[in-house]
Ligand binder design. Structure first.
Ligand SMILES: [Zn+2]
Length: 283
């Protein structure tokens, strides 16, 4: 066991959080509608650096019955510090051909970066892939983000990754809508706003639950300030509404929550209600 993997259980379901790597972002990207002085003060109050935010990419392996599901594939190709998912799986004695399902929470490069191997073929050769139909339709549209109010370089990075990585999956991807049960005990939870078909996942077994929030919340300060938005929230109003809904659900039902970009392994409890929440990380 290393600090790059974390085993835990949800009832009878065995899970392993796997760190694909980390990347440093300018903090302003996380809080683009907030005055710098304000987010700097908040970061300092949490004893966090103000010059950069180091963000992990936390994939999740879910062993449900005879199936081995992988939730998201990391950010291979984004930076020298990313693209370690296969190494992490190998350290857990799991080979790519054993993965039965790959669930993609959305089409951003840090989630679909590892779907293909170096030859442009699916990296998990025996897996069915699963993504929201809304999300697939959005990113495979040739005019995607054409009108987005976004830095041209960033836009190009998002579009080129999606349009390189998604089409080779076309014959092996299952597109779903709504709260679809993807595998026994593993349900999609629509969480639009960050992207149009962004999903979270509810994993349940016995009386235990894990609410995987993916990128509905990308930094713990977004719990305390659900209206603060990151540059990657394509529909900021809907993203904030979804953030409150998923936080309400996490806080009220008391499941363990997982946030893809929170400090690894991204597991914790959401506390509070209404307009402000807080994060209590669990080891
Ligand atoms: Zn992300």
């Amino acid at each position: 066991m290393t600090s790059n993997s974390k085993r835990f259980r949800v009832g009878d379901i065995e899970c392993i959080a796997l760190c694909d790597g980390t990347f440093s972002y300018p903090p302003a990207w996380f809080f683009i509608n907030v005055p710098q002085e304000q987010w700097e003060t908040s970061l300092r109050e949490h004893s966090l650096p103000t010059a950069h935010i180091e963000t992990p990419y936390t994939c999740l392996l879910v062993k449900a019955g005879s199936r081995k599901l992988l939730v998201d594939t990391g950010a291979d190709g984004l930076a020298p510090t990313t693209g370690n998912l296969l190494t992490r799986l190998q350290a857990e004695n799991i080979a790519p051909h054993e993965i039965t399902d790959v669930i993609l929470t959305h089409g951003h490069p840090d989630h679909i970066g590892g779907v293909l191997d170096g030859h442009g073929q699916p990296a998990f050769p025996n897996a069915r892939y699963a993504m929201s139909k809304t999300e697939w339709d959005f990113w495979t549209d040739p005019s995607v983000l054409h009108d987005a109010a976004m830095d041209a370089h960033l836009r190009q990075m998002l579009v080129s990754c999606a349009q390189k990585n998604l089409p080779p999956l076309k014959t092996r991807i299952d597109l779903f809508e709504g709260e679809k049960e993807i595998a026994p005990g593993v349900h999609a939870v629509p969480a639009p706003g960050h992207t149009p078909g962004h999903i979270g996942l509810l994993i349940a077994s016995g009386n235990q639950q894990l609410l995987h929030m993916s990128d509905a919340v990308v930094h713990p300060l977004h719990l305390e300030n659900p209206g603060w938005r990151c540059v990657f929230d394509l529909d900021p109003v809907l993203a904030a509404e979804t953030r409150r809904k998923i936080c309400d659900r996490a806080a009220a039902d008391g499941p363990t929550a997982l946030a893809y970009h929170f400090p690894f392994p991204g597991l914790g409890q959401v506390k509070g209600h209404g307009m402000a929440y807080r994060w209590e990380a669990v080891d």
